[in-house]
Design a binder for this molecule. Structure first.
Ligand code: ADP
Length: 419
């Protein structure tokens, strides 16, 4: 079955077309047929689409076209997928796309599993806009656009980034503020990157050939956004992002953990409003704010290694130190774990940053193998810890789209969802 997976941002749509079915999930043989992104929707948009050839190579199409909104962008994607020139085997009409799976950022307390999208589910996603004003409206645009493009006939499924964390115990998800604010406004930790953390724990289980209930690991997703997840028995037990994706690790442009009293102080000193301060913490902080150079870790590593840039070095040191603190605290909260797993753009590709994070943890039983660490980049999956290491360390490239496609299929044909 061909599933279209969509990830809609404010001015972009990313997609993958994935061929999956129950047997392919079981044998791990489902595969990506095409993928792409449209950026700068609303103006002269940039289109970048690729289709897989039978021999594994890709054919890529790039163009700039005016696309006024998400509907126009999604129409463009679907037209390209079904066009004879794209020539994807078995796909020539709308009905060859069996369903659409959407990444939806916030499901709140109610939407704790992947669901077929009905009017009622749309209303529930709308109700969560309050908790994710930057993300849920964009995800909804994608859902409305599919209804428009397919004329209401397409089956759609929502897969929530928060859902994996619904197993957090109350002592982990509550903030120590008056309880009535949780009751009245649902102020609590929800956690994000759940699709990615869930995927890597699944892959780890496959690699080790062990049952889900025995998966006790710490998953570290380091991309532009970054979060750590403490996983016990295959379920999320704690996570570093909070009510919003601002809490926790240092990220590309986000501060992560900070003393909340800084907010008022900074507002007072700089004459900022509260939303100005929030914008500073979300958009001008993190690696960008510390280095004064960039939020791109690749550039920072180059500046640190090649030019010995002091602030680039400081930004990386702070980034690694914060991640290391979370490893220590989650090992304690899990009462031990069997593995640490790195994923996300930085976690998958930067042996340098992984090395900085793991440095000095031998006493805890975490000993990286330098050669394996160095060799495991660019999409490679595998163990990077030494044989002598008590805890294993893995790099597992994330694949959120595959998980969304599989959940979409499961919802469609009534297969049980892994919880
Ligand atoms: P997003 O959260 O937007 O999905 P990604 O997971 O793609 O982000 O991660 C993007 C980050 O990964 C960027 O900071 C980028 O510089 C970093 N990155 C990618 N490759 C490397 C590399 N070889 N070394 C260091 N950082 C890298």
């Amino acid at each position: 079955m061909n599933i279209l997976v969509l990830n809609c941002g404010s001015s972009s749509v990313k997609f993958q077309l994935i061929d999956t079915d129950a047997e392919k999930i079981k044998t791990d043989t489902d595969r990506r047929l095409a993928h792409g992104v449209i950026e700068r929707i609303g103006g002269p948009a940039l289109v970048n689409f690729s289709v897989q050839n039978a021999d594994g190579s890709q054919r890529t199409t790039r163009e700039a076209v005016p696309l006024r909104d998400h509907s126009a962008a999604i129409e463009k994607i679907v037209q390209w997928i079904i066009s004879p020139e794209t020539n994807i085997s078995g796909i020539s009409t709308y009905s060859d796309i069996a369903a659409v799976g959407h990444r939806v950022v916030h499901g709140g307390e109610e939407l704790t599993r992947s669901l077929i999208i009905t009017d009622e589910v749309i209303k529930q996603i709308e109700d969560c806009i309050d908790l994710a004003p930057l993300h849920n409206p964009q995800n909804l645009k994608g859902i409305y656009a599919i209804r428009k493009v397919f004329g209401g006939t397409a089956q759609q499924v929502a897969v929530f980034d928060t859902a994996f964390h619904h197993t957090l115990p109350d002592y982990a998800y509550l903030y120590a503020i008056p309880y009535q604010f949780y009751r009245r406004h649902k102020i609590r930790r929800y956690g994000f990157h759940g699709i990615s953390h869930r995927y890597v724990q699944y892959r780890y289980r496959m690699l080790k050939n062990i049952p889900r209930d025995t998966v006790n690991v710490i998953s570290i997703h380091l991309g532009n956004g970054a979060s750590v997840c403490a996983i016990k028995g295959g379920r999320s037990q704690d996570t570093s992002m909070g009510m919003t994706p601002l809490e926790g690790l240092i990220m590309g442009t986000r501060s992560g953990d900070i003393d909340p009293a800084v907010l008022e102080h900074l507002a007072h000193k700089e004459g900022f409003s509260l939303s100005d301060v929030e914008a500073v913490l979300n958009k001008q902080s993190g690696l960008l704010g510390i280095s004064g150079l960039t939020n791109d870790m690749r550039e920072l590593v180059a500046e640190a290694v090649e030019n010995d840039d002091r602030r680039a070095k400081l930004a990386i040191e702070m980034f690694a130190y914060r991640a290391k603190k979370y490893i220590g605290s989650y090992l304690a909260s899990l009462n031990g774990a069997s593995a640490i797993i790195f994923t996300g753009g930085i976690g998958e590709n930067s042996d340098y940053v992984r090395g900085r994070i793991l440095d000095g943890l031998d006493w805890l039983g975490i000993t990286p193998d330098e050669a394996l660490n160095k060799a495991t980049t660019r999409g490679k999956e595998g163990k990077i810890s030494a044989e002598s290491s008590r805890l294993e360390v893995y790099v597992i490239p994330t694949n959120e789209e595959l998980l969304i496609a599989r959940d979409t299929l499961r919802c469609l044909i009534g297969l049980e969802l892994p919880r």
